[in-house]
Write a protein that binds this ligand. Structure first.
Ligand code: FPP
Length: 247
């Protein structure tokens, strides 16, 4: 689904929260300390986004590739997610935040799966910002799962094979019903997508910031929004009259 929001005000902001480990290492702390500091910035980012009138904020919390990290770090990240949902859910609910989770639900601990489902269920009717938590998420895995759904729907007669189009795919990825991100922000200076929202980010703007995620405060968020506001989005059309552009 393509957003029609003007460049100056993104409707959907997606963030790759990177640099927790480097932040901790620079202070002689264990990597897990960086993730803990990162959770504080998650809270701040949700508030900043809501105040800025953003409708959807997607945060890359745990990728399907993050299981390859040392067991202790994975376990700490799981603990932080549990803690965040248990401690912050009531407050997010009070603040009218709707929680949505994307990613593969298989192979995650049953208690975390239950917490995530409960967070979605309890906040389903909220009308404020939607916080999309990408957990056990990988875009290629998401596209494989979408392809399987399409095959199932064709086999069961719900979908005509000749009618498979972009909308049919968009309706079967995890973000079905959510507009594509207008901008993808990545902290820590790395400049790649790392298997995040490959389908949805086809026309997104990218903002790469040097700051590490635990330093991504309100001011840094506004800096990223200002950079986005200066971009011209063309969706493959033309720019000013007479100037043909290719992207
Ligand atoms: C990348 O930093 C960050 C992550 C893999 C996890 C992000 C998680 C949080 C901010 C906390 C949990 C989130 C929620 C929603 C409660 P890195 O470890 O790759 O940093 P590095 O590249 O410097 O090593």
């Amino acid at each position: 689904m393509q957003s029609e929001a003007p460049t100056s005000s993104p409707r959907h902001v997606a963030i790759i929260m990177d640099g927790n480990g480097r932040w901790a290492e620079a202070r002689g702390l264990p990597r897990t300390a960086g993730h803990r500091a990162g959770v504080e910035r998650v809270r701040e980012a949700v508030r900043t986004a809501a105040e800025a009138g953003i409708d959807y904020l997607t945060l890359f919390a745990f990728s399907s590739e993050n299981w390859r990290r040392p067991e202790e770090e994975v376990s700490d990240l799981m603990g932080l997610l549990r803690f965040f949902i248990r401690k912050d859910l009531a407050e997010l609910h009070r603040e009218n935040v709707r929680v949505k989770v994307i990613g593969c639900r298989q192979s995650i601990q049953p208690d975390i799966r239950a917490l995530l489902i409960d967070a979605e269920d309890r906040t389903r009717d909220n009308t404020g910002i939607t916080l999309v938590i990408a957990f056990n998420y990988g875009a290629r895995d998401e596209l494989v799962r979408a392809a399987r759904k399409i095959v199932q729907d064709v086999q069961s007669g719900v979908l005509d094979a000749a009618a498979i189009d972009e909308a049919a795919v968009s309706a079967r990825v995890d973000t079905a019903g959510i507009p594509d991100p207008d901008v993808v922000i990545r902290t820590s200076g790395e400049q790649r997508l790392s298997n995040f929202l490959l389908w949805q980010a086809a026309y997104s703007e990218f903002v790469f910031l040097p700051c590490l995620w635990p330093d991504f405060d309100r001011a840094a968020f506004h800096e990223a929004l200002a950079e986005y506001a200066g971009r011209e989005r063309r969706f493959g059309a033309v720019s000013a009259p007479g100037i043909a552009v290719g992207s």
